[in-house]
Design a protein around this ligand. Sequence first.
Ligand code: G3P
Ligand code: CA
Length: 259
Amino acid sequence: SDSPASLLSSERILNIAHRGASGYAPEHTLIAYESAQKMNADYLEIDLHMTADEELVAIHDEDVSRTTSGSGLVQDMSLAELKSLDAGSWFNIAYPKKADQYFVGIEVPTLAEILDSFGLHSNYYIEIKDPDSIMTDKFLSILEDYHLIEENKVIIQSFSEETLKQIHAQYESIPLIQLLYKDETKSANYNQIRQYATGVGVPYQELDEDLIQKIHEKDLHVHTYTVNEEEEMKQLVRWGVDGIFTDYPDRLAEILLNE
Ligand code: G3P
Ligand code: CA
């Protein structure tokens, strides 16, 4: 049967919930992803690391100190050790006005737990941090198990050109986004990127109307991270970006509704 029309190929501007609705709840937790769903985000953005016992978990930093009650590297911990940490209380301390008792004791979720929660009712915009071949293979087999590839529910993003090329060689149909760092947008070889990627993910501070047009002329989508202020969202929409990563998907949804 035909696969559903890809959100990417539509005229829609994608509302990408950066680490979930991470402006309102502790990043990368199930509650942050539930909030993002309620706010009509198009994609749930997830960063992945792998534990010592080779489980894929949703967490941004390689070190757990910033976002949990523990310390040390994810790669040195078992999943059970990581699960014993509190991944919510730091948020209450950092953002007392947004604190909620419900966040206390919340766990770091595995990728599988997120997919169990939202299944095919959501779309996923996933970044594998520090990938090696074991991690990449595990990741791709989970996407297969949950039918995310055939149902067109996933975009894969990476700062690593090598990783994206490797994935493209295995799964030509998965849309890939080459992430660029601040100093790379002027010198990037967009023709070369177009060989394996559908678009680029660019820091919004680097963008203007001319650069967006230049990238579009190379037949690449322009997604931009991480935009939290409404005025900046509006300007980027006017300039023609194709997707925006935000910690506040409700703000962007409101703006897109009035487009
Ligand atoms: O993935 C886009 C953006 O999230 C990249 O930066 O550090 O938040 O993963 P980071
Ligand atoms: Ca990310």
